[in-house]
Design a protein around this ligand. Structure first.
Ligand SMILES: Nc1ncnc2c1ncn2[C@@H]1O[C@H](COP(=O)(O)OP(=O)(O)O)[C@@H](O)[C@H]1O
Ligand SMILES: [Mg+2]
Length: 376
C-alpha cells in the first residue's frame, strides 16, 4: 500500500506555523456551494503565511525544512448548542430549558484537537463564520495546540452549529446548520491549502464538508504520495467513487459500514463480507470502529487485525470516541508505529476519551495514553 507499509519517518524540518486564521471575501449563501468563489486571493487581505514544503524523492512533493511531516485535518468545525428540556415545545409554544451549554465540536475540529493533544504537529483546514461560535472553535483548536494558518473566516455564512435538544426521556433531537462547513468553499482550493496537504505526513478527512472539497484534497494528497484516511462519519449521502479511489484507509463504524454497503454488520463474519464490498469500491484498507467490541483493521489480501477495547474504569460519555480513535490511529501511523501498535494506541486514546464528558474536553494528552499503555 502506498506510503503505509513503511514507517513515515520525519526527514526534514518544517517551519514554525504562524497560526493566523485567514479571512475570506464574502460569498453568496444561497448559491450552490460549487459555484461559490469564497476565498480572497489578494495577498494583502490574507493573513496566511506561505508555507515552505518538504524535500522528497517524489518530484510532486514540495520542498520543506521541517522535523515532522504534519497531520493535516481537513473538515468541519461546529458549535454544539446543548439544551436540556423535559419535552419538545409544541407549535407556537415557548418553553424554558433546564440548562444549556455551547461546546466546540464538529468531526474535523475534534480530530484536529486530538492530533494536537497527542503532541503531533497538526494543521486544521476548515472554515468558520465571523461570529462568536467561530471564536469558540478557534479558541478550542488553539488550546489543543492546532496550527490555524489554514482556518478561513468567511463573512457571509455563520459558523456551522447544531442545536441538540436533550429530552428527559433520553430522546435527542438535533437541528444542524451547515453554515461555513457546507458553503463558501472556493470552487478550487487555494494553492496554500493544497500545499499544506501535499506536505503532510498523513491527511484526515470526514464527511461534514462538501464532497468536492474532499475530492480535491484527496487527489492533491495522492499526487504527493501522502496517505489519506477518510472517516465515514457525517453526511449519509453515497460516497463518490472519485473520492474513495484516492483514499488509503476508509474508516467507518459498524452502522456506517452497513449503510454504505447496504449489508448487515451484526457479526464479525457479516462485517468481513461488507468489507469485501468496500474493496470492490476501490479502498484497500478498512479501519472499523466497533464500539464496545473494539476495532479491526482489514487489509485486502491479508488476515484482519483485531483490537479489543482497553477496559474503561467507568464509561461516562462515548461522544468523540470515534474521532479520537481515528485521529490517534493517524498519529500512530505518521509516527511510524506498526499497524498493531497503531490499533492499540488508538484503543488507549479512545478508552480515556469515554471516561470524560464531552468530545473535545475528553481528548487525552499523549502522556496519559503512554501511561495507560504501560500499565495495561
Ligand atoms: N465502552 C467503551 N469502553 C472502552 N472503549 C470504548 C468503548 N466504546 C468505544 N470505545 C473505543 O472507542 C472506539 C470508537 O468508538 P465507536 O463507538 O466504535 O466509534 P463511533 O463513535 O464512530 O461510533 C472503539 O473502537 C473503542 O476502541
Ligand atoms: Mg459507535
Amino acid at each position: 500500500m502506498r506510503g503505509l507499509t513503511t514507517p513515515l519517518q520525519p526527514k526534514h524540518s518544517y517551519p514554525a506555523a504562524q497560526n493566523n486564521p485567514k479571512k475570506s471575501e464574502s460569498c453568496n449563501l444561497y448559491s450552490h456551494p460549487v459555484q461559490f468563489n469564497g476565498k480572497n486571493n489578494d495577498p494583502l487581505s490574507r493573513k496566511v503565511k506561505p508555507i515552505s514544503c518538504f524535500a522528497s524523492e517524489n518530484p510532486n512533493r514540495p520542498i520543506l525544512k521541517e522535523t515532522k511531516p504534519p497531520l493535516v485535518v481537513v473538515g468541519s468545525a461546529n458549535a454544539d448548542i446543548y439544551v436540556e428540556i423535559d419535552r419538545l415545545p409544541k407549535e407556537g409554544e415557548t418553553i424554558s430549558a433546564k440548562t444549556g451549554q455551547t461546546l466546540a465540536g464538529g468531526k474535523g475540529a475534534n480530530q484536529a484537537v486530538c492530533g494536537g493533544k497527542l503532541a503531533y504537529p497538526t494543521y486544521f483546514v476548515g472554515q468558520v463564520g465571523e461570529d462568536a461560535h467561530g471564536k469558540l472553535i478557534t479558541d478550542a483548536l488553539l488550546s489543543g495546540g492546532v496550527y490555524l494558518d489554514h482556518l478561513t473566516t468567511v463573512s457571509n455564512a455563520p459558523t456551522g452549529h447544531a442545536v441538540v435538544m436533550l429530552q428527559s426521556d433520553g430522546q435527542n433531537s438535533i437541528i444542524i446548520v451547515g453554515g461555513a462547513n457546507m458553503s463558501c468553499w472556493p470552487e478550487k482550493l487555494s494553492d496554500e491549502d493544497l500545499e499544506v496537504v501535499r506536505s503532510a505526513g498523513i491527511v484526515l478527512l470526514q464527511r461534514e464538508i462538501p464532497d468536492f472539497v474532499n475530492i480535491q484534497v484527496a487527489k492533491a494528497a495522492r499526487t504527493a504520495d501522502v496517505p489519506v484516511i477518510l472517516d465515514a462519519g457525517g453526511m449519509d449521502s453515497p460516497i463518490p467513487l472519485e473520492l474513495l479511489r484516492c483514499v488509503d484507509i476508509f474508516s467507518p463504524n459498524e452502522t456506517e459500514l452497513a449503510r454504505i454497503t447496504k449489508m448487515p454488520t451484526g457479526s464479525f463474519e457479516q462485517i468481513s463480507k461488507a468489507v469485501e464490498k468496500c474493496y470492490e469500491l476501490g479502498v484497500n484498507q478498512v479501519l472499523l470502529k466497533l464500539g464496545a467490541n473494539g476495532s479491526a483493521l482489514f487489509t485486502k489480501g491479508e488476515e484482519p487485525l483485531r483490537q479489543p477495547i482497553i477496559k474503561a474504569a467507568k464509561v461516562i460519555d462515548t461522544t468523540g470516541a470515534g474521532d479520537t480513535f481515528t485521529a490517534a490511529f493517524a498519529v500512530g501511523l505518521v509516527e511510524g508505529k506498526s499497524k498493531e501498535e497503531c490499533l492499540r494506541f488508538a484503543a488507549a486514546a479512545a478508552t480515556l476519551c469515554v471516561q470524560v464528558k464531552g468530545a473535545i474536553p475528553s481528548m487525552p494528552e499523549k502522556r496519559a495514553v503512554f501511561n495507560l499503555l504501560q500499565s495495561a
